[in-house]
Write a protein that binds this ligand. Structure first.
Ligand SMILES: [Zn+2]
Length: 451
């Protein structure tokens, strides 16, 4: 079977052709951890999640890398604003990000590197680019020399001089040319910084992604698929390509995959409009299945317009699907029942068509065992578990808030080694009818059915 995916580089749908027959590699730009994730962040994680799940049914090994940006100007500002340390900000929002994504049923990537843990690798990558003649040192900065790389602009299809004219490009004394971008910059005062051949400083944003790809896959390997929101095409991904291609003779990445923006009532989300929808709040009033259906109801390349009706429509859809199956336990994917949905997803990840197919199956599922089976299996491929919808606890926002407060309290106690006190909190949760489970650094909870 062939999988076709729109490639931003060629501006057409193309068959994915991995470098190795049975192994496919994918990188997606992850969060900058300084605030609560909103539905735009959720979309940028759930679209690759569908691709990741689908690729796993086709290839015996899928390597999926998603980074965590834990050093950035926005983080430093947030720490100042909340009057706390940078570590506390990044730890807090990394945990919230992970909890939110797991609340949406998004699978963990194979690798999830943090920038602050990869500084030596990033310095190493920058040194290679300098050595190859594509970067220069100036006033304690290292800059990528865009004029040295002829194909610059290939992804965004912009000409260098046009970009400079129209864009918000800083003209700075340390740049040879305004379009040159920062690979390394000095840290001033007590802002976070690391020792480097160019003085105390920290990496620019673009180099971290390229460096992490090369770190996991090796310099002389081409990445199969690179994803992200389409707001990252320029300059972030354009710069990633330039860096990657100047670090090694191998092409940096073959397939560029971008998801569209999320609008709220046809408007861009912004703090000033007060229309930012947070994943935390959605998880309080809805559940994983409904939220996944809502986020995947629009084709990934189109803008997703979130309205008052989005959740109720998705809830109606999930109800229609789940009411047509008997609650038979099925926990593993069975490829024989996935032929049709695989065909649909193979055509540029067509999730709206996938939901139309599921709705069609649901019409006959009560009477037809094969349809019922295909419905459950196909939903599972989309990360939707029809068995659990009607069992989803119908709990109040107040109880949910209480549970979350207790979980945070317990996690703080455990982190500071106060295990007896943490166990008391566990008992308090148990008294509320909540059981918890700690697994690979994460805590999940559920309402005990018999309480
Ligand atoms: Zn990136």
């Amino acid at each position: 079977m062939t999988i076709k995916l729109y490639n931003t580089l060629s501006r057409k749908k193309e068959i994915i052709r991995p470098q190795k027959e049975d192994l496919i590699t994918m990188y997606v730009c992850g969060p900058t951890v300084y605030s609560h994730p909103h539905i735009g962040n959720a979309r940028a994680a759930i679209v690759p999640d569908i691709l990741f799940r689908f690729l796993q049914t086709k290839y015996s090994q899928v390597i999926y890398i998603r980074n965590i940006t834990d050093v950035d100007d926005k983080i430093i500002e947030a720490a100042e604003k909340e009057n706390t340390s940078i570590d506390k900000i990044t730890n807090k929002y990394t945990e919230i990000y992970k909890n939110n994504m797991s609340g949406l049923g998004i699978l963990d990537p194979t690798y999830e590197p943090k920038v602050t843990e990869k500084i030596p690798n990033i310095i190493n990558s920058i040194e290679k680019i300098i050595k190859n003649g594509n970067a220069y040192v100036s006033e304690s900065h290292v800059l990528f020399n865009t004029k040295s790389y002829d194909s610059y602009g290939q992804l965004s299809r912009k000409k260098l001089d046009e970009m400079i004219d129209g864009a918000r490009v800083d003209v700075a004394s340390y740049k040879k040319y305004p379009g040159d971008f920062i690979l390394w910059k000095p840290s001033i005062g007590d802002s976070p910084g690391w020792k480097s051949p160019w003085g105390k400083g920290r990496p620019g944003w673009h180099i971290e992604c390229t460096s992490m790809v090369k770190d996991v896959l090796g310099d002389d390997t081409t990445l199969d698929i690179h994803g992200g929101g389409n707001d990252l095409i320029f300059p972030h991904h354009e710069n990633e390509i330039a860096q990657g291609n100047c670090m090694s003779k191998k092409n940096y990445c073959n397939h560029w995959f971008h998801n569209g923006i999320v609008l709220v009532d046809k408007k861009k989300m912004s703090k000033s409009l007060g229309n930012v929808i947070l994943v935390n709040n959605l998880l309080k009033k809805s559940n994983k299945n409904i939220l996944r259906a809502a986020l995947l109801s629009t084709h990934y390349r189109q803008p997703l317009n979130w309205t008052k009706k989005t959740l109720s429509n998705a809830s109606g859809l999930i109800q229609r699907l789940s009411s047509s199956i008997e609650h038979e336990k099925q926990e593993t994917l069975d490829s024989t029942a996935l032929d049709e949905i695989s065909d649909i997803l193979s055509d540029d990840l067509n999730t709206p068509e996938a939901f139309r197919y599921l709705t069609g199956l649901a019409k006959h599922a009560k009477r037809n065992k094969n349809d019922r089976y295909a419905l459950m299996q196909s939903s599972m491929l989309l990360g939707i578990d029809l068995n659990h919808t009607t069992e989803e606890p119908d709990i109040t926002d107040e109880l949910r808030d209480k549970i979350e407060t207790l979980l945070t309290k317990r996690s703080k106690l455990r982190n500071s080694g106060q295990y007896d006190e943490a166990d008391t909190v566990r008992q308090e949760l148990s008294d509320l009818g909540v059981s918890i489970e700690d697994s690979s650094g994460k805590t999940t909870w559920k309402i005990d059915a018999d309480k």
